[in-house]
Design a protein around this ligand. Structure first.
Ligand SMILES: *Cc1c(COP(=O)(O)O)cnc(C)c1O
Length: 461
């Protein structure tokens, strides 16, 4: 071994061994963690040691101490929040990205990773049915993707009103009116707050949480003539999985000169499946789209995707220039032009890897499988005594309520304690619910069977 290999190889070998052991444990270990954060902190705690130890020993210490505090999130029976697993090609590639240690800010400085992200971006636009000329930024998640897209929206709608927010800031700017559906994800509000746009106007939704076009038309009509407007739509409601009526809503918003942003953290992936594509009909006419690769596409954290149809708008908001007038929207641009960061890891490379591993057909199969497993879980859980599936299961999300809120809470607590599956508790339509999100590529028929059985046990008298 040469000197450098001697410095790295033992720690990497240890990490590989621990990683494989962890992955092997996923089928049988309880899904819930065995220790809480305070207990894990106590294991690792005390004062900072005066003396260090060698890297492989650190990896061993870490793996042993962290083990009881790990949730089996990448397991096939984890259905909490909306959380994907990690595809083997993506995980292995992510390790290599760390080993390469490229600062993926500038195209000329890290050509390999910049090029891989450009190819991944082109493939994503193709798969998601979005305009081929759109710009793509690889960010940390849909929260940051919402922020990035809405920053582009802010620059563009204000520029149209004759205001250069990059040069002159927000003070004294025309008010930007932002309209959102009542069941938008909270991170849209968070992004608006980061951007100094305040709280949005809330538009009514239907029983599945889809924005109502009559309510949207009324809200648009209430905005003073000539004011900048942004409308936020949603592909994939976290409770029902439902999709806003894009064709009608985008049309109404555009008639009024609005920028239309779509939060499609997991739902935008319906476009990759010929049998589910109808759910996002009309979505491509919007102006920006936020999605996650770490959910449906199953790459490791953290990886979100910000897509903006007009590259000038994105590069004006995110590039290192101060004015709308000088942004360069020609050519591929540098990675840092499209995201809030300068230095960052090449998080788009695992996206390239999983797309290469699956191909177009594989991604369609993945999305179809997630939706099929969700329907099977809804069927199975719906037959448990006292359970009622509340939503129309069109995609990957299922919401179930039992006789009353207290009973639903009790079933969830017993289910999580049992450790055979994990599903989130939430509130929807005024009721406490057990929410199921199928987002893991590895969830199979056996996981469905075991999870339905676990709910049945949890709901037994
Ligand atoms: C998960 C999610 C987000 C937030 O995404 P992060 O990746 O957690 O930042 C936003 N919107 C929707 C609809 C989501 O499901």
């Amino acid at each position: 071994m040469d000197a450098r290999e001697e410095q790295y190889a033992p720690a990497l070998d240890a990490a590989r061994d621990h990683a494989v052991r962890w992955l092997r444990s996923l089928d049988e270990r309880p899904v819930r963690p065995q220790a809480d954060a305070d207990a894990v902190a106590a294991t690792f705690g005390g004062d900072l040691p005066e003396d260090g130890c060698d890297p492989a020993a650190v990896v061993d210490l870490l793996a042993a101490g962290a083990e009881p505090g790990l949730m089996a999130m990448p397991a096939g029976r984890f259905f909490g929040w909306v959380i994907g697993g990690t595809h083997p090609a993506a995980l292995a590639t992510d390790w290599l990205v760390s080993a390469w240690d490229q600062n993926n800010a500038l195209r000329y400085a890290s050509p390999a990773t910049a090029a891989l992200e450009e190819v991944a971006a082109r493939w994503l636009l193709d798969l998601l049915g979005l305009p081929a000329g759109a710009d793509v930024g690889f960010v940390t998640g849909a929260t940051t993707a919402n922020f990035t897209c809405l920053a582009a929206a802010r620059s563009a709608v204000l520029a149209k009103a004759g205001w250069d927010v990059g040069a002159d800031g927000l003070t004294g700017a025309p008010r930007v009116h932002v309209l959102v559906g009542r069941e938008r994800h909270e991170t849209v509000d968070l992004a608006l707050r980061h951007l100094g746009l305040g709280s949005p106007a809330v538009v009514d939704v239907d029983d599945e949480g889809r924005i109502r076009t009559d309510a949207l038309a009324a809200a648009l009509a209430a905005v003073p003539e000539g004011s900048p407007v942004v409308v936020c739509l949603q592909a994939g409601n976290i409770h029902s999985g439902a999709f806003d009526p894009f064709a009608a809503a985008v049309g109404l918003a555009h008639e009024r000169g609005a920028w239309v942003h779509v939060d499609g953290a997991f739902g935008l992936w319906a476009a990759a499946s010929p049998s589910l594509r109808h759910l996002v009909a009309g979505v491509a006419a919007a102006d920006s789209w936020a999605t996650d690769a770490h959910k449906t596409l199953n790459v490791p954290y953290d990886c979100g995707v910000a897509v903006v149809a007009d590259p000038t708008a994105l590069r004006t908001a995110m590039g290192m220039r101060s004015s709308y007038l000088v942004a360069d929207d020609t050519g591929p641009g540098d990675p840092h032009d499209k995201v809030p960061e300068l230095s960052r890891r090449a998080r788009g490379v695992p996206v390239w890897a999983v797309l290469r591993a699956l191909g177009r057909r594989g991604v369609a199969d993945l999305v179809d499988r997630l939706a099929a497993r969700a329907r099977e879980l809804a069927d199975g859980i719906g037959r448990v005594d006292g359970a009622q599936v509340l939503n129309d299961v069109v995609f990957t999300q299922v919401c179930v309520a039992f006789e009353d809120d207290a009973r639903t809470r009790e079933v969830i607590a017993r289910l999580l304690e049992g450790g055979h599956a994990w599903m989130s508790g939430s509130r929807w339509r005024g009721r406490h619910v057990l929410r199921v999100s199928v987002s893991n590529w590895s969830t199979d028929a056996d996981d469905v069977r075991r999870s339905v059985a676990a709910v049945r046990v949890a709901a037994s008298p």
